[in-house]
Design a protein around this ligand. Structure first.
Ligand code: COA
Length: 260
């Protein structure tokens, strides 16, 4: 499928989706949200795709937020639809069933941080800046930021970032658990490629089980979450990949996972 605001390319089992509005620092307008929905639906349905890398075009930004020029003209009813559209996208990414890596190559502000937080791993360049600056526009985060930041890094961090609206460095974001790892900007591609390659070679059904157990089970009471984990654990014993992984360990060879 061809997109106006995205670039989509495959490298083996790794799908790379690049937000491509660098002149607007990849700000999320309605068209971009709609295209991201379609791009992630494709990534979910295509068995050849085992991992997705999401990033922003240009050297400056991952995503500098929701499109302020577009939001400036929205009525409350349209704003409600915009928020719902954005939230549904974040949920789609979080529940993709395949790992999604945010390659945070610069500003990840507002909707940009919300998008990164919907991904499962966030690898940031050391010159990236992250934050929820909506309050400075008289707004609140509308694509899940208040809820995902709270769950990812705790109430204190969510309150600090949303109330004060000041961006933080990638290093501080890593200390707070908001990003997975920070690397020098010139090592970002090598680091993201290494992690994506590891995930692409991993057992897809086990990855899916882990994502389901943590993202869905993690929202339930502990007993329900533990029960969910047990079900997922048992299901992996029906897969060829579980047999392959354990056989390979016992034979002291590298496993080759088929996704079956
Ligand atoms: N929505 C729409 N356009 C945006 C944008 C956004 N969130 N963020 C940046 N842009 C546009 C700018 O308007 C500018 O467009 P123009 O050249 O047509 O005037 C272009 O992207 C470059 O941005 P600019 O502000 O000139 O770059 P900068 O290096 O001086 O500053 C930022 C970078 C990220 C600090 C600044 O762009 C910014 O504060 N952006 C908004 C961040 C924000 O509040 N996000 C949350 C939105 S809810």
């Amino acid at each position: 499928m061809a997109f106006n605001t995205l670039l989509v390319e495959d490298q083996g089992a790794i799908r790379r989706i690049t937000l491509n509005r660098p002149d607007k620092l990849n700000a999320l307008n309605r068209e971009t949200l709609t295209e991201l929905h379609a791009a992630f639906a494709d990534a979910a349905s295509e068995a050849s795709v085992r991992v997705v890398v999401l990033t922003g075009a240009g050297g400056k930004a991952f995503v500098a937020g929701a499109d302020i020029a577009e939001m400036n003209g929205l009525s409350p009813a349209q704003a409600r639809d915009f928020s719902a559209h954005g939230q549904a996208l974040m949920t789609r990414i979080e529940r993709l069933g395949k790992p999604v890596i945010a390659r945070v190559n610069g500003f990840a502000l507002g909707g940009g941080l919300e998008l990164a937080m919907a991904c499962h791993l966030r690898i940031a360049a050391d010159n990236a800046k992250l934050g929820q600056p909506e309050v400075n526009l008289g707004l609140v985060p509308g694509f899940g930021g208040t809820q995902r930041l709270l769950r990812l890094a705790g109430r204190g961090v969510a309150l600090e970032l949303c109330l004060l609206g000041a961006p933080i460095t990638a290093a501080r974001a890593a200390e707070l658990g908001v990003v997975t790892k920070v690397v020098p900007a010139d090592e970002l591609d090598a680091e993201v490629d290494a992690i994506a390659t590891q995930l692409a070679n991993s057992a897809p059904l086990a990855l899916r089980g882990i994502l389901d157990a943590i993202t869905l089970g993690g929202e339930a009471p502990l007993d329900t979450g533990l029960d969910h984990e047990t079900q997922v654990f048992a299901v992996t014993f029906s897969t060829q990949d579980m047999k392959e992984g354990t056989d390979a360990f016992l034979a002291r060879r590298k496993p080759s996972f088929s996704g079956c």
